[in-house]
Write a protein that binds this ligand. Structure first.
Ligand SMILES: [Zn+2]
Length: 174
């Protein structure tokens, strides 16, 4: 079995500010990960994963984002002189949704990575990408996967533990 964990994400929006915001967040994410875990692509046909912005997502139980993971299996058989060889390729992808208004009201401050808004959006981004990397919610307050993301950085967030988990997921073949 061949496993592909190459996340090529297309941000489905016509708004250049939102597209730029996703690029800034993904760049910071890759830097913290220490590798090119996420690639933001400009064309939908180059992508296997999507980020969408939805108005009023928070009206449904005050949700700021949603993240889910997808795997697709492909069987490939190759005929060689020694016979038939079957290879199964499992490709991992993700689908993320963000509440558009929450993003729009905060993205002006995104360039200043220390601002409350930037910290909130990065926390939210890491959380939903975490779901895309098959992480479940955690009951621990410091965990990035704790179910709520505060507007202001009122609690300590353990990014170190998060990225070590994310690295381990990306390096495993299942
Ligand atoms: Zn969640």
């Amino acid at each position: 079995m061949v496993t592909v964990k190459d996340f090529r994400i297309y941000a489905e929006t016509q708004d250049p500010d939102l597209q730029n915001a996703i690029k800034i967040l993904a760049k910071r994410y890759n830097k913290d990960m220490g590798s090119q875990a996420l690639t933001i692509v400009d064309q939908p046909e180059d992508s296997n994963s999507r980020i969408r912005f939805v108005r009023g997502l928070h009206n449904d139980g005050h949700k700021l984002g949603l993240g889910k993971w997808i795997t697709t299996k492909k069987q490939q058989s190759t005929l060689t002189l020694k016979g038939e060889k079957n290879t199964e390729t499992v490709a991992y992808a993700m689908e993320i949704e963000f509440d558009q208004e929450n993003f729009e009201t905060k993205l002006a401050a995104l360039e200043n990575s220390g601002s409350d808004e930037a910290q909130h959006l990065y926390h939210l981004f890491c959380h939903e990408i975490g779901h895309g990397l098959q992480m479940e919610h955690s009951p621990e307050h410091a965990n990035v996967m704790y179910p709520t993301i505060p507007d202001k950085p009122i609690r300590y967030v353990d990014y170190k533990a998060y990225f070590s988990r994310a690295r381990s997921f990306l390096s495993k073949s299942h």
